[in-house]
Design a protein around this ligand. Sequence first.
Ligand code: CMP
Length: 140
Amino acid sequence: MAVERTLSIIKPDATRRNITGKINARLEEAGLRIVAQKRIRLGRDQAEAFYEVHKERPFYVSLCDFMTSGPVVVQILEGDQAVERNREVMGATNPTDAAAGTIRADFAESIEANSVHGSDSADNAAREIAFFFKDEEIVG
Ligand code: CMP
């Protein structure tokens, strides 16, 4: 199987509740390795640029408000088919649709405050990883 990397973000609803360790445990138990990680506060410009793909969506402004409302943990996960594996572990965007035992089913507060973000394709993973990390910050 192909070893891949994907970008993950632990969102402000999760940092506020001090459950970043519980989320990291779920990721590691799923076979994903955290090869880079930092806790940061997103600036408005950063949040708007990161979510630019959603610019025309009705939730864009609220999403950027939320993502800048507290610290986030940005991380790179590595493993076999990491993009898809992480999406399985996260569960569906809307926690009411997320499968039992997934991070969002167990921890998300709402479709917006859904605890984690994960890249949705290998191409987006590469773009999102480069958005937050320099090569020397990644230690596999
Ligand atoms: P994320 O995976 O970070 O990608 C876009 C985010 O927009 C999503 O998770 C949610 O946090 C947020 N969001 C808010 N409302 C919606 C919605 N109706 N549909 C999809 N995403 C939404």
